[in-house]
Ligand binder design. Sequence first.
Ligand code: TXA
Ligand code: MG
Length: 321
Amino acid sequence: MDTIIGEDIRDAIKFLKLGEVIGIPTETVYGLAGNACDISAIKKIYSAKNRPNTNPLILHFASVQQIQPFVEDFPENLLKLTQKFWPGPLTILLRKSNLVPNEITANQDFVAVRIPNHVLLLSILSQLDFPLAAPSANTYGLVSPTSAKHVMQDLKGKIPFILDGGTCKNGLESTIIGLQEQKVVVYRLGAISLEELETELGYVPTIIKNINKKPLTSGMDEHHYAPKTPLHFYEKKLVNEATQNTGFIFFQEEHQEISDKNKIILSKSGSLNEAASKLYASLIEMDTRNFNAIYIERLPDEGLGKTMNDRLNRATLKFRK
Ligand code: TXA
Ligand code: MG
């Protein structure tokens, strides 16, 4: 199959109505989207990603009104949060209605929903009479794409079309929340920080770790979000052992002792938002430089730094002996 990158949302809409799955831009990462009410489109999503079908998909809508028929209820305290964070990178687990196919939720009673904040995608969603199921548009286990080019590199030949909506503004996946005993809990750290949620809620939401063998969300999967090149956390003493075949990703510091082709600085001004928007692109870029290993500096453990460290913990775990 030929894969083309285009900028016309009419092409995107045409493919989606035909039951095809395509790459779409969001404010977080690029998604692999299909008609959430069409079982054959859902199957195409799982197979293009090579993702186990035990791992459920997020539904994307243009408005709360569109969501209502797909959920049993929308608790008031969650609805209130959406006024602050939607459209935006907040995903909410709600009890599903019969309109949601079991293939979407991996037979669970809850469905994940969000209203994304991307002008092209919102326009598409408002013109469709079905929601879009969209996981991140990467092969299962790899780094999420933040540009149309990344999607092309990974999924060329597996999907017909990628809508180019520019570089993703946030660059990290949405934060996934739900309710437990009337309190908001976080299932996956994401582009909305714990601190931002705390400001709205008046308490720090508990992060639910993977306690059972079966992860409730794949954000809880241990090996995930990893580049192909072995990735490790940077420690100062390693620099002396560095060779031409070693890549480095630093948060802010210039590290003059290392040549430019061996390093990427995420944010010279020390902005965690900027670092977040560049993190995945930097990992993907480093992968193309064919190093033997990549060392990445741990980020400050606050705000989006927590989300980035969470992803990097999982990514480096894959290469730990
Ligand atoms: O920012 C995002 O959330 C991006 C963009 C494309 O919207 N999507 C994304 O999807 O990151 P994905 O599939 O790569 O990650 C979604 C996570 C998975 O860990 C999945 O297991 C979890 O959400 N999830 C989805 N539906 C769920 C459900 N019904 N119950 C529990 N976890 C669910
Ligand atoms: Mg993903």
